[in-house]
Design a protein around this ligand. Structure first.
Ligand code: SF4
Length: 396
């Protein structure tokens, strides 16, 4: 059981394990994830991470995903990744068919590294390509070139990975619909199993946000960014990718029973965040959720190491979500998935009748073509997805 956490009860679904590697070679200007560029702290961090795993050991509950993200996990050598995975297996009941993902930044890996990670147990690689266009990459202040990104995707395939995800960003100042389409075309040349297409956001506290405020560049008009989003949906759908969440697409394949499905290419781990599954996050800034509790670690490597070296868990905070908060979460998380809110599950969980509670809102949104009610689900239409945040607040 999780130590220091006597009141936690996992739900019946399988859980996920997330490990945050808080190092990057250089900070990208748009990024607000926690990471530092002082790589000399790696050894103490790795020792602290091992302690955190031992202290939070959980062998009763089954885990079917392990996601090593960051930061840039690929700044770690093969041996370090091997030790992390081995320790995770010793401390957690990770199932034999678990999805084990490693995030990779094209500026940091070699073919040998990718082969080594695979040998260490990684079976899914997520590559932060962001763009195949040099001007975009330099605007984002990425450390790699378009050629590096292409090379790493080829290396990942050569290393034998059969589950490869690529991350792309759109809405970059200067980008046109045709240059975004070119990026999508370039990505599809590799037939990746998974694509995440994120809209560039200007997060407060980032250098890019500061530049925006100082008018160093002009953001794209909103209508153009919306056009990119619609282009993404139609282009990827036409090319055999199923959108299962606002930003996530999985490639359809013919399964063993001869049926076309994208199920095997969906990121099993990320879906846990949207389905109220339990997940444990380890490492600086990592969040955990075991309904109704959420808790999170310090976003500071030194503080994280210091707490663990004195035998304390590196918790920065925790909260217990009320029934109302859980309901808001369920609406928001349900709507961002194309399957939508599963109405009878929602009703059962919260003791309400969703369709009665929101009858007027649903009717209004259906009339505007933003929401669709069918087969016990309330889901956003492709157009509705553009307004996810504002539609979600209408159900609250
Ligand atoms: S490599 Fe990834 S985590 Fe690191 S700064 Fe860039 S976007 Fe953020």
């Amino acid at each position: 059981m999780l130590q220091n956490s006597p009141c936690f009860t996992f739900n019946s679904q399988l859980a996920g394990l997330y490990i945050h590697i808080p190092f990057c070679l250089k900070k990208c200007s748009y990024c607000d994830f926690y990471s530092i560029t002082d790589l000399s702290l790696q050894p103490v961090f790795l020792d602290a991470l091992a302690s955190e795993m031992i202290m939070t050991r959980e062998l009763d509950k089954g885990f079917d995903t392990l996601y090593i993200g960051g930061g840039t996990p690929s700044v770690l050598n093969i041996k370090s990744i091997e030790i992390i995975i081995k320790t995770a297996y010793q401390c957690y009941n990770i199932l034999s068919n678990a999805e084990i993902t490693l995030e990779v930044n094209p500026g940091t890996v070699t073919l040998e590294q990718l082969k080594g990670y695979r040998k260490a147990g990684v079976n899914r690689i997520n590559i932060g390509v962001q763009s195949f266009n040099s001007a975009n990459l330099s605007f984002l202040e990425r450390i790699h070139s378009a050629r590096d990104a292409q090379m790493v995707v080829k290396w990942a395939q050569r290393a034998g990975y059969e589950n490869i995800g690529l991350d792309l960003i759109y809405g970059i100042p200067g980008q046109t619909t045709s240059s975004w389409l070119k990026d999508l075309h370039s990505a599809l040349e590799f037939h990746p199993q998974h694509l995440s297409c994120y809209m560039l956001s200007f997060e407060p506290g980032t250098p890019m946000h500061k530049d925006l405020q100082n008018r160093v560049f002009n953001p794209l008009p909103e209508h153009l960014v919306c056009e990119f989003f619609e282009t993404t949906q139609s282009f990827l759908n036409a090319n055999g990718y199923v959108q299962y969440e606002t930003s996530n697409f999985a490639r359809e394949v013919i399964d063993e029973s001869g049926i076309k499905s994208a199920q095997s290419n969906i990121s099993r781990h990320n879906v846990k965040y949207w389905n109220f599954s339990s997940y444990i996050g380890l490492g600086p800034s990592a969040h955990s959720f075991i309904e109704p509790q959420r808790f999170w670690n310090h976003s500071n490597v030194k503080k994280y190491v210091q707490e663990l070296s004195t035998g304390r868990l590196p918790r920065a905070g925790k909260e217990s979500l009320s029934r109302e908060q859980l309901m808001i979460e369920a609406v928001y998380l349900g709507l961002r998935q194309t399957k939508g809110i599963v109405v009878d599950e929602f009703d059962k969980k919260f003791g309400v009748i969703f369709e009665v509670m929101h009858a007027e809102t649903i009717a209004d949104l259906e009339e505007k073509g933003l929401v669709k009610m069918s087969q016990n689900r309330c889901a956003l239409t492709a157009k509705g997805m553009l307004y996810l945040d504002s539609i979600a607040t209408m159900f609250i």
